[in-house]
Design a protein around this ligand. Structure first.
Ligand code: NAD
Ligand code: UDP
Length: 332
């Protein structure tokens, strides 16, 4: 198979490229590095089955030769990133998805959209099945991401229904693992960076909000199974293992054996209260479910951060989207 991976130098994208190469496929990785670095795929650079194409997907895709699959992952993905890149995020979800679908149509390739649990917004149904239409604020701060992804889903379905493209949608729930950026503002890399540097761990609100955490290798496996299937989706991919953010902070404190205390900071606006995927469909259609225990995944990202810290690679850990710690009471 010859696959195009947009956003291939990013966190999930780089793991996907690696897995595709390992399985003997050819990969064209397209990225403009707006939220990543070519360092993530440096180890693949010399492989003759791997090609790196620095390009903004909103400006069109040019891939000579045949293509069997297009994985569209290019988009800022963390709240900190999409809040500082609102127009770029809307562009990647709309024009970027359009260009990626056009490429798939022109090449007769399969197409997979990396959509998100944010399509459900701040969900009123728990856990979230694919049949739930969501609760999204179309003009809130997160709308640049949520609505771009929802538009991308509508576009993907239109290409499937009207243009004969074998186009698929997965909705990815919180995924973590090695190569996450220490300054991307997401809870796990932020907490791990803070814990390893002995800084206060910044839990927002009272930490009772929940997320469900999937290890990146499991997610990549789900992406490949979805591509190989005959189903269009949307299909949820995530780990139903749900934890509160306070529990997550405590867990990372324990695993890192840090002396860092937990400090409470204000919740960002429209921060979803709880999130857990219903993965019945993924189990039935793809025979997929996560197999990596969350604790093992946390140990892996902690090890990765330790190495990068030692190499002075982890530099900026402050989270610009969240207000700086106020007089909040430390809870631990
Ligand atoms: P990431 O920021 O590490 O990766 C995104 C990649 O897309 C980066 O390499 C970035 O440079 C690239 N990119 C962004 N805009 C681009 C453009 N216009 N042209 C070319 N490249 C561009 O984030 P990630 O966590 O790896 O997310 C990958 C995909 O998975 C995203 O589409 C995201 O919405 C989706 N997703 C991720 C999660 C998660 O928990 N990690 C959850 C839901 C959905
Ligand atoms: N969060 C937090 N402290 C941080 C970063 C995030 O308490 O330093 C919280 C955030 O408010 C949210 C949860 O952790 O309630 C998950 O945030 P993340 O950005 O990882 O993912 P998303 O909100 O996109 O699910």
């Amino acid at each position: 198979m010859r696959a195009v991976v947009t956003g291939g130098a990013g966190f999930i994208g780089s793991h996907l490229c690696e897995r595709l190469i390992r399985e003997g496929h050819d990969v064209v990785c397209v990225d403009n590095y707006v939220t990543s670095s070519p360092d993530n795929v440096e180890h693949l650079r010399d492989d003759r089955h791997f090609r790196l194409d620095e390009r903004d997907v909103t400006e069109g895709l040019e891939v000579p030769g045949h293509v069997d699959a297009v994985f569209h992952l290019a988009s800022p993905a963390s709240p900190v990133d999409y809040l500082r890149l609102p127009l770029e995020t809307l562009g990647a979800g709309s024009a970027g998805t359009w260009n990626a679908l056009d490429l798939a149509a022109a090449k007769g390739a399969r197409f997979l959209l990396a959509s998100t649990s944010e399509s459900y917004g701040d969900p009123q149904v728990h856990p979230q099945p694919e049949s739930y239409w969501g609760s999204v604020n179309p003009v809130g701060p997160r709308s640049v991401y949520d609505e771009a992804k929802r538009f991308g889903e509508a576009l993907t379905v239109a290409y499937r229904r009207h243009c004969g493209v074998d186009a698929k949608i997965v909705r990815i729930f919180n995924t973590f693992g090695p190569r996450m950026r220490a300054d991307d503002g997401r809870a796990i890399p932020t907490f791990v960076g803070q814990a390893l540097c002995g800084e206060p761990i910044t839990v927002s609100g009272d930490g009772s909000q929940t997320r469900s955490l999937c290890y990146v290798d499991d997610l990549v496996d789900g992406l490949l199974r979805m591509l190989a299937s005959d189903h269009g989706g949307p299909v949820n991919l995530g780990n139903p293992h749900e934890v509160s953010i306070f529990e997550l902070a405590e867990w990372i404190r324990k695993l890192t054996r840090t002396t860092s205390e937990i400090t409470l900071i204000p919740r960002p606006k429209d921060d979803p209260e709880r999130r857990r995927p219903d993965i019945t469909l993924a189990r039935e259609l793809l025979d997929w479910e996560p197999t990596t225990p969350v604790e093992q995944g946390l140990r892996d990202i902690i090890t990765d951060f330790r190495h990068r810290l030692a190499a002075r690679d982890v530099t900026e850990r402050r989270n610009p989207a969240l207000p700086s710690p106020p007089t909040a009471s430390a809870r631990s």
